[in-house]
Design a protein around this ligand. Structure first.
Ligand code: PEP
Length: 251
């Protein structure tokens, strides 16, 4: 049975003291919320990871936002999956659209990053999603399928167990323009079908597929009520503990 997850992607926001404060607030809110239907993850910057890990309890997991494609060596400025693993970080996001578009993370690079993460025992939140022009020209299903085939389909069915997929239409990220629940569900169902065709229905049914893109405390319940939407990857609304906890409790 797949898990519901709400993950907050803090991106390049918050000083270290601010990040520790936000993590404490999220942790306190999660503790007082009682039994939750979802797992909660927060993804601060690399710099914050170890300090944030110290101030959250068992109900909040910590994720990196990226990891290196190589194992180690002369790669200035990079952080390896092995480093993350050694710091006790259980998750990393890979393939966020900002990494794809600003930092040249191609499908081939993302496949290598995913391999590094899994080889070091990390779980991966793997992001896919089409740009506005691709949606407008009706290519969104092909785009998403290509990202899955080229970024993930090198994995075995066993490795797939450590993958969470985040469908994030690029036109909805940080724009305030959310995909309708119908639009999102349609693509989530397509992603699950694509996984089922490759790995079998049982394996596909076990994969958590998150929606991301201007998901907030007002639209989360409607989005999460869809049968193939298993939670959210949240950007802007994860930077305010009150908003984030409303999304966490929106199931
Ligand atoms: C994101 O960047 O992963 C994201 C979903 O951002 P926002 O919620 O701000 O649209």
């Amino acid at each position: 049975m797949r898990k519901y997850i709400v993950a907050g992607n803090w991106k390049m926001n918050k000083s270290l003291p601010e990040g520790i404060q936000l993590a404490k607030e999220v942790n306190a809110a999660v503790e007082t919320a009682g039994a939750l239907k979802c797992d909660v993850i927060i993804a601060p910057s690399f710099l914050h990871l170890t300090e944030v890990s110290k101030v959250v309890g068992k109900k909040v997991s910590v994720s990196a936002q990226n990891c290196a494609a190589e194992a180690s060596g002369a790669f200035t400025g990079e952080v390896s999956a092995a480093m993350l693993q050694s710091a006790g970080i259980p998750y990393t996001i890979i393939g966020h659209s900002e990494r794809r578009s600003y930092y040249g993370d191609t499908d081939a690079i993302l496949a290598k990053k995913t391999g590094q993460a899994l080889a070091n025992g990390l779980k991966v939140i793997f992001c896919i999603g089409e740009e506005l022009s691709q949606r407008d020209s009706g290519k969104h299903f092909d785009v998403v399928k290509g990202q899955l085939e080229n970024g993930l389909f090198q994995l075995s069915v066993n490795e797939l167990k450590n993958i969470v997929i985040a469908y994030e239409p690029v036109w909805a990220i940080g724009t305030g323009r959310t995909a309708s629940s119908g639009q999102a569900q349609e693509v989530h169902a397509f992603i699950r079908k694509t996984l089922a065709d490759k790995y079998g229905q049982a394996a596909a049914d076990d994969v958590t597929i998150l929606y991301g893109g201007s998901c907030n405390e007002n639209n989360a319940t409607e989005l999460f009520s869809q049968p193939d939407i298993d939670g959210g990857l949240i950007g802007g609304a994860s930077l305010v503990a009150d908003k984030f906890i409303k999304i966490v409790t929106a199931f």
